[in-house]
Design a protein around this ligand. Structure first.
Ligand SMILES: *Cc1c(COP(=O)(O)O)cnc(C)c1O
Length: 500
C-alpha cells in the first residue's frame, strides 16, 4: 500500500518513505491511499490474541513494504511487559455496565504518548534501512512536557539515532523536569531554554529550516528528523489499541461481535481520535466519536459550527497536553470527509495560515456531525469530575481523562444513549499528582510538599501503586543541568554531535 499527500494526491510513496520524511514536501500529511478492511471474523479472532499479535495484525495491513520479520521485530522491541508493567499493554478497566477506561498510560513515561513513541524509533530506523539512507538520525524535540520525555525513552539507546530535547526553563512541571534531567541512555541530550515553550519551539524550527546548517550536518553524516504527531509512524500504532479494546470487550463477554461501541477521547492535536476514526473505516463497529476539549475549545466550536477559528485566547489549564490551538491531524480527517479533495484541503489550510480560520461546506459539516459529538470543560469541572469519579467508583483518573469523562457524562445525559462506551485514559493520575490531590482533597493538601511526598499521599488516597518509573526518580542522579538562551540552541546541537 502506498501513501498520498493531503495536499497533492498525485504523490505516491511507500510507508517507509512516509515515515522517514514525516511531512510531504508541499506541506501536506501522508495518508494511506485506501483503508484496508477487516472482517467481523478477523475481529473475533483478535480476542484470543496478545497485544503484540493484535499490533501485528493492524500494522501489517498498513506497512505493506515491511517484511513480517521487520514488523515483528519493531513490535517486540516496543511493547515489552517489563516496560509496561503488564502483558496486556493497554488494559481495559470496567467502571460500570456502560463505561470502560482504556488505560493507555502503563508505558515508561506514564502517558499515552508511549504507545506510539515506544515503536516509532524502530519503525524509523527500519524505514531508513529500507530506503538505503545511511546517515545517523538526529531527533530534535521542543517539549512542553509529555512528548519530550516519551521521545527520550523511545529513542534511548536505539542504534543509528540521537535525540536532543529542549524544554522551557519555567514551563514544565517539577516531575516532568525531573523525568528529563535524569534521562539515561548513550545517545540522549537534554537542555533547558530560558523562556517559554514558544521560544523553545521557535528555536527548534529555526534549526530545521536552516539549510546551511543542514548541509553541515549532512557532510557529517547526520540527518535531522522530528518525532511529532503528524508522522504516520506515530499515528498507525494508535489504531491498534482501539481494535485491542474491542477485542477485550468481546473476550470478557461485555459485547457480542458486531455490537457498536462509542469512543471518547480527550483531544489536543486530533491524533488519538483520528486513529479511532481510522479503525472504524477499517470495519471496527464504532457508533459515535466523542471529542473532549478543555478550555482551549477550538475543536468543540469547529465540530458544532463547521468554523475553525484559532484567533482566540490561549488558556493554560491543568490538562496541559491538550492546550493547543492548531490541531494538525484534523487535516487528515478533513481530507477523508471531503472524499480526498486535495484542492479543498490546500485552500482550507492556506486560509488557516493567512487568516487563522476556515469554514467547511455545509454537507461536510453534516457528515462530520453525524458521527462526532464535541464538548469541553473548564478546570473547575475537571477537578469536580476527578472527585466525583473517585467517590462514586473508587477510581482515580488524571486531569486529561477527567475532561473526557465530563464530556461523556454530558453527552449521555443529553442523549440518553446507553451504548457501551470506551473512554481513552491518557495519563496516570500520578503524572499530574498536584492537581489530582487538590481535586480529591483541597488546596492546602499540597502546600509546601515535595513531589515525592505528593506521590505517596496520592498513593494512599487512591489505593494505587506509584508507577515504578516515577518512584525511582528519587534515587536517580541529575545528568543534564544545561540551561541556554534560545540563540544558543544551534551550538548545543553542534557540541552534542561534535560538528563545527
Ligand atoms: C498528547 C495528549 C493528549 C492529546 O492527544 P492528541 O492525540 O494530541 O489529541 C491527551 N492527553 C494526554 C495525557 C496527552 O499527553
Amino acid at each position: 500500500m502506498n501513501y498520498q499527500s493531503t495536499r497533492d494526491k498525485s504523490i505516491s510513496v511507500s510507508s517507509a518513505h512516509a515515515i522517514k520524511t514525516g511531512l510531504s514536501a508541499e506541506g501536506g500529511l501522508f495518508v494511506p491511499e485506501s483503508f484496508p478492511t477487516v472482517s467481523l471474523k478477523e475481529i473475533k479472532e483478535l480476542s484470543s490474541k496478545s497485544y503484540n499479535e493484535r499490533a501485528y495484525f493492524v500494522l501489517s495491513k498498513f506497512l505493506t513494504d515491511f517484511t513480517e520479520e521487520e514488523l515483528k521485530d519493531c513490535i517486540e522491541k516496543a511493547y515489552k511487559k517489563e516496560k509496561f508493567g503488564t502483558s496486556s499493554i493497554a488494559p481495559l478497566y470496567k467502571l460500570s455496565n456502560t463505561t470502560y477506561f482504556l488505560e493507555l498510560w502503563h508505558g515508561p513515561t506514564c502517558a499515552f504518548k508511549d504507545m506510539a513513541l515506544q515503536i516509532l524509533p524502530h519503525l524509523l530506523t527500519t524505514s531508513m534501512k529500507k530506503t538505503k539512507e545511511d546517515k545517523e538520525i538526529v531527533i530534535l524535540v521542543a517539549t512542553s512536557g509529555d512528548t519530550g520525555k516519551a521521545a527520550l525513552e523511545g529513542f534511548r539507546d536505539v542504534n543509528g539515532t540521537r535525540i536532543i530535547v529542549f524544554y522551557p526553563d519555567n514551563g514544565v512541571s517539577e516531575i516532568q523536569k525531573l523525568q528529563m534531567v535524569t534521562q539515561e541512555g548513550n545517545n540522549v541530550n537534554v537542555a533547558a531554554v530560558r523562556g517559554n515553550f514558544d521560544d523553545a519551539q521557535n528555536g527548534v524550527k529555526k534549526i530545521f529550516t536552516d539549510n546551511e546548517y543542514k548541509s553541515l550536518l549532512d557532510r557529517n553524516h547526520f540527518k535531522l528528523s522530528s518525532a511529532n504527531s503528524i508522522n504516520w509512524g506515530r499515528l498507525v500504532p494508535q489504531i491498534v489499541y482501539y481494535f485491542s479494546a474491542y477485542a477485550e470487550l468481546l473476550k470478557n463477554n461485555e459485547i457480542t461481535a458486531g455490537d457498536k461501541i462509542n469512543v471518547v477521547v480527550p483531544t489536543g492535536n486530533f491524533g488519538n481520535i483520528l486513529a479511532a476514526y481510522y479503525a472504524k473505516k477499517m470495519g471496527l463497529p464504532i457508533a459515535k466519536f466523542i471529542c473532549a476539549s478543555n478550555e482551549n475549545n477550538v475543536l468543540t466550536d469547529f465540530i458544532n459550527t463547521g468554523i475553525y477559528n484559532k484567533n482566540r485566547d490561549f488558556h493554560t489549564t491543568i490538562s496541559p497536553s491538550m492546550d493547543i490551538l492548531i490541531s494538525s491531524n484534523l487535516e487528515r480527517f478533513l481530507y477523508d470527509l471531503t472524499e480526498r479533495d486535495d484542492k479543498v484541503i490546500t485552500d482550507l489550510m492556506n486560509s488557516l495560515n493567512t487568516k487563522g480560520s476556515y469554514e467547511i461546506p455545509e454537507n461536510i459539516k453534516q457528515k462530520m456531525q453525524s458521527e462526532f459529538y464535541a464538548g469541553c470543560c473548564d478546570d473547575a469541572e475537571t477537578m469536580a469530575t476527578i472527585k466525583k469519579c473517585a467517590s462514586e467508583y473508587d477510581y482515580v483518573i488524571d486531569t486529561h481523562t477527567a475532561v473526557a469523562k465530563f464530556v461523556y457524562d454530558k453527552y449521555a445525559s443529553e442523549t440518553g444513549d446507553k451504548t457501551k462506551t470506551v473512554i481513552a485514559s491518557t495519563a496516570s493520575p500520578f503524572k499530574f499528582n498536584q492537581s489530582v490531590l487538590i481535586a480529591l482533597k483541597d488546596h492546602t493538601a499540597v502546600v509546601g510538599k515535595d513531589e515525592f511526598t505528593l506521590l505517596n499521599e496520592l498513593s494512599e488516597e487512591s489505593n494505587m501503586q506509584i508507577p515504578k518509573s516515577l518512584y525511582e526518580l528519587k534515587d536517580k542522579s541529575i545528568v543534564f543541568d544545561l540551561v541556554c538562551d534560545k540563540d544558543e540552541m544551534h551550538q548545543i546541537v553542534s557540541d552534542f554531535l561534535m560538528v563545527e
